[in-house]
Write a protein that binds this ligand. Structure first.
Ligand code: ADP
Ligand code: MG
Ligand code: MG
Length: 941
């Protein structure tokens, strides 16, 4: 029973999702759809595109025909065996939501012509009493949205046509199997007969189970049900529909068809689709297309079946035919995990001819689409039909291998190879793997399919809600399920890894893991999951929720407890200089990719680093300098903080200078270490930026502690802390305002930089300091700080008898700075956008407080993406563009970079390429991602 319920859930999650507001309460979405709607559809007037003997569309028409429809057309064009059909365009979906869920008047006639064309090609008739044409009704948006929309099969059956089908095929079992599937799917998807909140199981499944119980034993498979059983099921299903939906099941095939089309369009706005679109930033305006296609039958008996396959292995990239199939089944069974499918290689034995045909198709697909394809097929009495193809989702590891191999095979060129590696997935390659020595010691307690590579340890949870709650509390979570369904999506997002007991390589869990880059082992049959008791048993060993387990998604192994992880081969090779790691294919491919990136890129990539170690790591990853060194981080270490506090608490200039003198040697040493690590690359060093109170102790105990150390009264500390209190510290006494208020601080920092530069330069290493004054909004602010810096430079050069090569520039991070960039550029040697503060000040939004309202803003689509993660191009982006053009109007060739959080975000990097920045800067482990994104942005131009 649980299995059945899960299958149903996989096809269509029906649970109420309290955290997602229902369609009725989503006026904003509807408005959004409306706002961008035009009457394009009306202008074009063509709503239906045929594929088959004549094919109107092609693979480039995804916006209009959806991904599925466009590729069905393309497959027809290259002569692959596709059952004929037609696609209703996405414009009709837009029209539908624009016109109170109604259709353009011309649609019906075009659909009738479409059906007529199908009748002609199949020599069957829709609703015919001799040889009825049955169709599938399938959704298909521009981008594939797995599991989100609902497909209806075997449409066109009623009490008369089912008899005709039985007679025509001489296979009543098959005919009635189709009919009961149809009533069940249609009842669920179109008529809304679904699990109620107080029910444990899908109502249709409850009916099936009851019948099995009455007539057989409960464990029997669906394929063993007799014609009589199936007939009885149809009767009971229809009674159920009548009771629940309050109306009779539609008899007329055309009524059925129009209802199904409406359901597909309706599902575009169901909660699951909305959640998915939000996660992947798919605009709701795109809409879905509907595909109506003549049925082919995988359920006629043992010479038939259905399957899904990849032209290469999408988990690890190996060039092998990869996939699975089920004998005597319709397509939905394969992905839903009712029965565990067999690997496609088995087909070679069971149906050699069909296998050979599939091999031929596999080659043809790759040769034509020049990318790895994920395709769905059905075999009807030994004959292969293609039902779908699309570019296969892949792990980062597979993407890397595909791109390298296909380039070697001359299917693609090196530039395409670069584009084939999704920048935001690249970090997966740097993720840890299990420590080899630890794995040797650990005993694998179960084995499953390696569906998402990498290593993950976590405390187990058996349900999505509890997994999310645990993750919110900061736990490392492993989601363990019999199988997953779209209902589990949030839990999967929250988890480090996913383990399922059932399901193959095309199961929901595998699909989602591949896409999100989650570590995943699926189909580990030895794992027994008891949802009721919240317990997992493996090989007699029990694990309760909260217990630790580990999974290796590269090898497909499950371990008890917490297994230690080791760095990925790439990290081992680059950061640790591990020779064995350097010989691995993964590392070599990564290096090749990075080499290509350097060939393609225009912008360079620097790093945000405050220590020599971070700097070394970043350089190993390919950074060519520091874009942001935050000097204040250096003030927290060890007993430096005491000197810093002493400086802040000083009442006189003298006292302050005395405290600063204690800090100077620390800063000098730090800078010298960084300059050495840089080996001649430039370092942008930002002067003290945060408000001073951040350095002071807050609790009475720590204030008393400090008082003792400094030999002052605790009340003195307390009152200075009070004095420094600000209502809006983010907009308060910080940035260059500090250096202007206390020039001696800037003087000390400048001296530390130049003395370190002099020391390291004398060691024979080139040094290029770039001093950066933060938070400048007025040219005069910069000018005042420039005086201090240049004075220090003159002094140090004279004292140490050296000539130093340095620049002084500013951060552009308040709107006034951006708007007056022409003036500021008169004094600045360079600009660097501090896009964190620029976003805060431009939007008037405090990043640290945005958690209370931003999620709602994303939900309502006021902002499409978190503006602190991906730059708000339309708003903040304008300030960037203005500053670039004004700055360079004053100083052509002015060097400009960006050092905010956005410097490591691929979408933002594309924008920075467009506006012509010279470099981006990001954290050390993001450097490869930024290099790839920068190369792709350059290639995309
Ligand atoms: P999804 O978008 O969820 O993959 P599809 O529209 O691809 O949904 O349909 C799911 C499965 O239904 C297909 O993989 C295929 O096996 C089956 N199917 C769809 N249309 C037909 C058809 N015309 N004949 C036979 N099977 C079909
Ligand atoms: Mg579907
Ligand atoms: Mg499909």
């Amino acid at each position: 029973m649980a299995k059945k319920a899960a299958r149903k859930a996989a096809r269509r999650a029906t649970a109420v999702r309290p955290q997602v507001r229902s369609l009725a309460t989503r006026p904003a979405v509807k408005r959004a759809a409306k706002a961008t709607t035009t009457t394009k559809a009306g202008k074009a007037g063509k709503y239906v595109y045929q594929f088959g003997k004549t094919t109107d569309g092609n693979g480039t028409m995804k916006p209009l025909l959806g991904g599925k429809g466009a590729n069905l057309a393309e497959m027809c064009r290259i002569g692959l065996p596709v059952p004929p059909g037609f696609t209703i365009t996405t414009e009709v979906c837009t029209y539908y939501y624009d016109h109170k869920r109604s259709y353009p008047p011309a649609l019906k006639a075009q659909m009738q012509a479409g059906v007529a064309a199908l009748e002609k090609q199949t020599k069957k008739k829709f609703g015919d009493l001799k040889d009825p044409l049955l169709v599938s009704v399938r959704s298909g948006a521009r981008d594939s949205m797995p599991g989100m929309m609902d497909t209806i099969l075997n449409l066109g059956l009623n009490d008369q046509t089912v008899e005709a089908l039985a007679k025509k095929t001489g296979n009543p079992r098959f005919a009635w199997d189709c009919y009961r599937r149809f009533v069940q799917m249609y009842g669920d998807v179109v008529l809304g007969v679904q699990k109620r909140p107080d029910e444990d199981h899908e109502p249709f499944e409850t009916v099936i189970e009851a019948l099995k119980h009455e007539r057989h034993h409960e464990g029997i498979e669906d394929t063993k049900l007799s014609v009589d059983d199936l007939k009885e099921l149809v009767v009971r299903f229809k009674a159920l529909v009548k009771e629940r939906a309050g109306k009779a099941f539609p008899v007329s095939p055309w009524d059925q068809l129009m209802g199904a089309v409406g359901a597909v369009f309706g599902s575009w706005m169901n909660d699951r689709a909305i959640v998915y679109r939000r996660k992947y930033n798919i605009p709701s305006e795109w809409g879905t297309a509907v595909n109506v296609q003549a049925m082919v039958y995988g359920n006629t008996g043992d010479a038939s079946g259905s399957g899904v396959a990849f032209t290469r292995n999408p988990a690890n990239g190996t060039k092998e035919f990869y996939g699975e199939f089920l004998i005597n089944a319709q397509g939905e069974d394969v992905v839903a995990g009712v029965r565990t499918p067999e690997p496609v290689a088995e087909l070679k034995k069971q149906m050699p001819k069909a296998y050979a045909e599939l091999e031929r198709i596999r080659q043809r697909l790759e040769k034509h689409f020049k990318d790895v394809q994920d395709f769905e097929f059905t075999i009807e009495e030994g004959v292969v039909y293609m039902l779908q193809t699309r570019n296969g989702k892949r792990t980062a590891m597979a993407a890397l291998k595909f791109s390298m191999d296909m380039c070697k095979e001359r299917l693609i060129d090196w530039k395409t190879a670069v584009m084939r590696n999704p920048a935001d997935q690249l970090e997966q390659l740097l993720a840890p793997v299990f420590d080899a020595s630890e794995v040797a010691k650990a005993k694998a307690i179960a084995t499953g399919l390696p569906a998402g590579p990498g290593a993950a340890s976590g405390q187990i949870y058996l349900n999505a809600d509890r997994a999310v709650t645990a993750a919110e509390k900061g736990q490392q979570v492993l989601l363990v399920r019999v199988e997953t369904s779209p209902e589990d999506l949030r839990g999967m997002i929250a988890a480090e890894g996913i383990l399922t007991a059932r399901g193959g390589v095309s199961s929901h869990a595998a699909l989602v893991a591949r896409q999100m880059g989650k570590v995943c082992v699926c189909g580990a049959a030895a794992v027994e999951v008891d949802y009721q008791a919240r317990k997992v048993t493996v090989d007699g060993q029990a694990f309760n929720e909260g217990d630790w387990m580990s999974i290796d998604g590269t090898a497909g192994k499950v371990y008890a407890g917490k297994v230690k992880t080791a760095p990925s081969e790439i990290v081992a090779a680059l950061i640790e200089g591990d020779d064995a790691a350097k010989k691995t294919e993964k590392f070599k491919s990564f290096q090749q990719l990075m080499k290509w990136c350097d060939q393609a890129t225009r912008m360079s990539v620097r790093t945000n680093a405050d220590t020599p170690e971070q700097t070394q790591n970043a350089i190993a990853f390919g950074a060519v300098g520091i874009g942001l060194c935050r000097t204040e981080h250096m003030f927290f270490e060890g007993d430096r903080i005491d000197a810093m506090r002493e400086m802040i608490l000083a009442e006189t200039l003298e006292d302050r200078k005395a405290a600063l003198a204690k800090l100077l040697p620390f800063q000098r040493e730090d800078f010298a270490g960084i300059f050495r690590a840089l080996k001649g690359y430039p370092a942008t060093i930002r002067f003290l930026d945060p408000p001073l109170h951040e350095f002071l102790p807050n609790s009475p105990e720590s204030q008393a502690d400090l008082a003792k150390k400094l030999g002052v009264a605790p009340s003195a500390i307390h009152s200075r802390v009070e004095q420094l209190h600000e209502f809006n510290p983010m907009l308060g006494f910080r940035g260059c305002r500090l250096g202007i208020g206390y020039p001696e601080i800037s003087a000390m920092q400048a001296r530390a930089v130049f003395e370190a530069a002099a020391i390291v330069q004398k060691e024979g290493i080139k040094v290029k300091p770039e001093i950066m004054i933060p938070l400048v909004g007025f040219k005069k602010e910069l000018d005042l700080q420039l005086e201090v810096v240049h004075q220090a430079a003159r002094d140090v050069q004279a004292e140490r008898k050296v000539k130093l090569d340095y620049l002084v520039g500013t951060m552009i991070e308040v709107p006034r700075g951006a708007l007056t960039a022409d003036e500021i550029a008169q004094s600045a040697d360079f600009f660097s956008f501090g896009t964190n503060d620029l976003t805060q000040t431009a939007l008037g939004m405090s990043r640290d407080d945005s958690g209370s309202f931003l999620p709602n803003y994303t939900e309502l689509e006021i902002v499409k993406k978190n503006p602190f993660a991906t730059i708000d191009q339309t708003g903040v982006g304008q300030l960037v563009e203005v500053a670039v053009s004004k700055g360079r109007a004053t100083k052509p060739g002015l060097k400009i970079g960006i050092c905010g959080e956005h410097g490591g975000d691929p979408a933002s990097i594309h924008f920075f390429e467009k506006v012509g920045l010279d470099y981006v800067s990001c954290s050390p482990y993001r450097v490869p991602v930024a290099r790839l994104a920068a190369a792709q942005a350059a290639l995309a131009k």
